[in-house]
Design a binder for this molecule. Sequence first.
Ligand code: GLA
Length: 346
Amino acid sequence: MAVKISPYGTAPDGTKCSLYTLVNAQGVKAVLTDFGAILVALEVPDRKGAAADITLGYDTLEGWVKDSSYFGATVGRCGNRIAKAKFTLDGKEYVLAANDGENHLHGGVKGFNKVVWKAKPVTTPGARGVEFSYLSKDGEEGYPGNLACTVTYMLTDAGELSISYGATTDKATPINLTHHSYFNLAGQGAGDVLGHELMLAADRYTPVDAGLIPTGELAPVKGTPMDFTTATAIGARIDQVPGGYDHNYVLTSGGGKLSLAARVYEPTSGRVMEISTTEPGIQFYSGNFLNGSVVGKGGKRYQKHYGFCLETQHFPDAPNKPAFPSVILRPGERYTHVTVHKFSTR
Ligand code: GLA
């Protein structure tokens, strides 16, 4: 089935935005918009074949424009936090927007989730999708270099939603693109996600300070409430984690080749989501800052822990942590990142 395009209102800069609807052979439906290259909705059948939208979000473009939770977002230029909103690269200090206390978070005040991307529908045998492209100008949010980025979402007939990123630059710059959907495999607004069973293919994580900046240590998860090496309910030990889960896990794969990073199972619906990625890290965030103030799709009010995020990425604050895998992209090089979400039931 081809990509269906429909109007979705006007962005604050006056650009007309659209919705792009993808449907696969099993009735999985993904809805995207060129505003922020956002995943607007994702309908997936449960074990009885009944579809539900499993991502948190909004009914209208205005919701995404005002959003401060990063629902469904493509996050960039650097996802996650950069300490004190600055870094030094090749001897020069760069100052970024401080939008999370003194730190820089998810690309700054106007990150990649708040700009309008160019969209091009793509169809291949057994898959359909949209390639979004955006030119981030030299100096945008404090980052160096003109960065030409693409984010391509493809929905396959094998039940996979893949997100492939590419970028090139004309000056050395950090880059760490990620996807920020909040999932609830029982359906968006259906309650908290504490009963979801999570497996993470990671035996270490990066402990953080009070501002959620990694200390630099790679700590073993074994014997701690951080251990998800075997499937465990998200809520089983969450009360032992101050503030809830909001941590980067060090994937055992080490990154570089597409490897299984996470599996989530929701017992009442039977839905399973498996995430594979080429990235070395994954941020597990248990929706700790949701507090019922956001009214989302269908008038649902999102309370604490009503969604979880699994953000495939390089480690937070990598520009200031020489021991972490590098996030620096140089002219002549190409940034790539592939993450695949595979849906099934049991
Ligand atoms: C990420 C961060 C969280 C929070 C959310 C957005 O997952 O790690 O601390 O900022 O984004 O609310």
